[in-house]
Structure formats: C-alpha cells, structure tokens
Design a protein around this ligand. Structure first.
Ligand SMILES: NC(=O)c1ccc[n+]([C@@H]2O[C@H](COP(=O)([O-])OP(=O)(O)OC[C@H]3O[C@@H](n4cnc5c(N)ncnc54)[C@H](OP(=O)(O)O)[C@@H]3O)[C@@H](O)[C@H]2O)c1
Length: 349
C-alpha cells in the first residue's frame, strides 16, 4: 500500500467513524420562527451518570416547543433557556424509543429497553433523558401513542387530580378541549367519572364530543361567562380569558386551574394572571390555582396505565417527520390542529 492510498483510507475511516457518531437533528441556532430550523448532522449525545440515550422512534409538538423556539414570552430566556440564543439547539421534549446507552448511575434501564417519557433534544435521531423522567413502554401502547402522550398527558393528569382534586360526579369545564393538553384532559376527566363540558373552535366540536365531553361549546359563538352553567372545576388550557370571567363559571367553592397563559404580553406571558389568581385565592371561597407540570415517573406511570387499559386513547391530528417539522410547527402555531402532532423519527409504529 503506498502512502497516498494509506492516507486516503485512514481519512475514510475517520470520516466513517465520525458518521457513526453523528446523527440528523432539527437544529435551531437563533430564537425565531420555524424558518430557523435546519436539518444538520451533529454529534450523538453522551449520557451523564443519571441519564439514558434513547434512539428516538417518535416525538411530538406542543405549545411549549413554540415558546422555546421563539423565546417568547421573554421570561423563557431569563429562566434559563438562553438569554441571546437557545442553550439547547435541538428542541423536542416528548420521546418514545429504544435505550442505546445508560449512564453509570442508572440501574432501571439497559440498552434495548423500549421507553417513553421526557427527554431533551428529541427532534433528532438520538436524545438524552434523565432516567427519572422515563418509564418502560408497554407493547400494547404504540411508539406514536407513547410519544404524543407524555407532556400533554401528564399535564392534564396533574391539572385534574393533584391540583384540581377532581372527584367522580363533578362538573368540569375544559377550555381548549380540542388541543394537545385538552384532548387528554377531556378523556381523563371522563375516565375519572366527571361530567365534561369542552370549549373549542367550531370545526372541532365533534372531536371534543368524541373525546368524552357531554357538551361542546364554540368559543367564538359563546363567551365563557355566557355558558349559563357553573362548574366544580374549570381547567383553563387556552389561557386567554380574564380571571373575572373564569370565576363567573365556577361554583361558589369551585376550583380554577390555570394551565396555559397565551395572553398577557411579550415579557411575562400568563405569569401576571397566575400571580393575581394566587393572591385573590387567599380572599375568596373559590380556589384559584396555577401550576407548572412536574415531569416525573410519578405521573407517567398512571398515565401509561390509562393508555394500556384503553381509558385514554391519544388523538393524533397531524403527522410529520423531521424534514416536515418546520411546517408542522407552523401549523400548530396557527391553531386548529386537533389533539397532537406526532413527529416520526425512526421506524415508529
Ligand atoms: N402548566 C404547564 O405545565 C403546561 C404544560 C403544557 C402546556 N401548557 C400550556 O398549555 C397551553 C395549551 O397547550 P396545548 O399544547 O394544549 O395547545 P394547543 O394544542 O394549541 O391547544 C389550544 C386549545 O385552545 C383552544 N383555543 C384557542 N383559542 C381559544 C379561545 N379564544 N378560547 C377558548 N379556547 C381557545 C384551541 O381550540 P381550537 O384549536 O379548536 O380552535 C385548542 O383547543 C399553552 O399555553 C401551553 O404553554 C402548560
């Protein structure tokens, strides 16, 4: 072998090795719209001691993705996601896939396990996740169903149970019942024995009834405080109504759970409304609360049980792959997608 051939072969080996340690990911270097997303080859992440690397089968889009993509409200940047540019250039939290590597302190998982939960950078072929935010995926739950359920499903579950303290027989109003969180909230509340009224856009009212709601109301036709009934529990996911209107549809001792905060301006978003609710709650008989969903096994496990026993079936309204991600995010941002948008990465089924 002459020196030139040897150098060329060594170069090829290195290129091959680099190829083997790299993956395709949807990368975003600057805050902005979906046009900032580019498919790039980047390094496969390494696990920290308490982390797992997952070969991504599928992920999902939720409104949180849009906040992190745009860096809006600006509070998002201040609380640690990167002041000038995103600290984590690959978005995507929801994950279902196969474990390929585990950190030295991880005992619960090993390579080959099929898992689901919350990761970091799941709009890519591989993502890292804290082991505490993953559970095993039962074979009866498909990769796609698992991926779309995690963030939205555990948020809905916590809003209804831990924060909303729902009891069977109660009347529940879900504002934003056709969306990601709402499509789980309507089903979970129904499965827990509540009588659900869902609020959504006119085109999605049939879907809201299919999800279990006894009544479905078009928000453009009927203002929240003109519904004409009161509810033991109001779950406000759309996040666009003022507190005084929401309080009018609560019973005297009812509970309001603020999940979303899409109004409220460029700097703090819905935080102002959440703070006002917490203060007002000290002086009135109604319980007015807001919360940030806790990403942990504690909520993933009961959710998986509901998926496995069929009491909750994820509603997949849209599908994309990584190449179509920017367009799919723009569609979710534009509103009107029913349920969840799944992002298929591997050969998910
Ligand atoms: N607290 C937490 O930890 C947490 C966790 C996850 C998400 N969130 C927040 O929850 C919110 C919703 O997220 P998502 O992923 O479910 O969003 P989504 O899929 O876009 O759903 C939005 C829902 O709001 C409805 N809607 C739109 N405008 C409305 C209006 N004027 N009045 C009443 N309903 C209206 C939509 O109905 P149509 O589409 O039928 O028009 C849809 O049902 C976001 O603010 C997100 O950041 C919070």
């Amino acid at each position: 072998m002459n020196t030139d051939t040897h150098a060329a072969e060594t170069g090829n080996d290195q290129a091959h090795q680099a190829q083997n340690h790299s993956m395709t990911a949807a990368v975003q270097r600057r805050y902005g719209g979906p046009e900032e997303l580019e498919l790039e080859r980047i390094s496969i992440p390494e696990p920290e001691p308490h982390q797992v690397v997952v070969e991504v089968g599928a992920s999902a889009i939720d409104r949180g993705v849009i906040h992190l993509m745009t860096g809006l409200p600006l509070l998002v940047r201040v609380v640690g996601f990167g002041l000038l540019r995103p600290k984590q250039p690959v978005l995507g939290g929801d994950v279902a896939g196969r474990v390929v590597a585990v950190g030295e302190h991880v005992g619960r998982f090993r390579p080959g396990d099929e898992v689901m939960g919350i990761a970091s950078g799941a709009f890519a072929e591989y993502a890292v996740a804290d082991a505490a935010k993953l559970v095993m995926r039962p074979s009866s739950v498909s990769v796609e169903h698992a991926a779309v359920s995690t963030t939205s499903g555990i948020t809905a579950l916590q809003a209804l149970t831990k924060v909303g303290r729902l009891s069977p027989g109660q009347r529940v109003l879900v504002i934003g019942a056709s969306g990601g969180v709402g499509s789980f909230a309507a089903q979970i509340a129904t499965a827990l024995g509540a009588q659900v009224t869902g609020v959504a856009g006119a085109a999605n009212l049939d879907a809201v009834r299919e999800l279990g709601a006894v009544h479905a109301i078009d928000y453009r036709e009927t203002r929240i405080d003109e519904i004409g009934s009161t509810f033991d529990l109001v779950i406000d996911i759309a996040g666009l109504n003022p507190l005084r209107r929401l309080r009018r549809v609560l019973t005297e001792t009812g509970t309001l759970v603020l999940v979303g905060g899409e109004g409220g301006g460029r700097f703090t978003g819905g935080i102002g409304r959440n703070a006002r609710a917490a203060i007002l709650s000290l002086f009135v008989r109604q319980r007015l609360t807001a919360f940030i969903s806790k990403e942990s096994r504690e909520y993933l496990e009961p959710l998986v049980e509901m998926l496995a026993d069929g009491s909750v079936t994820p509603y997949i309204g849209e599908r994309t792959d990584l190449a179509g991600l920017a367009e799919a995010i723009a569609k979710v941002d534009g509103g009107g997608v029913v349920g969840k948008t799944v992002v298929t990465v591997g050969g998910a089924s």
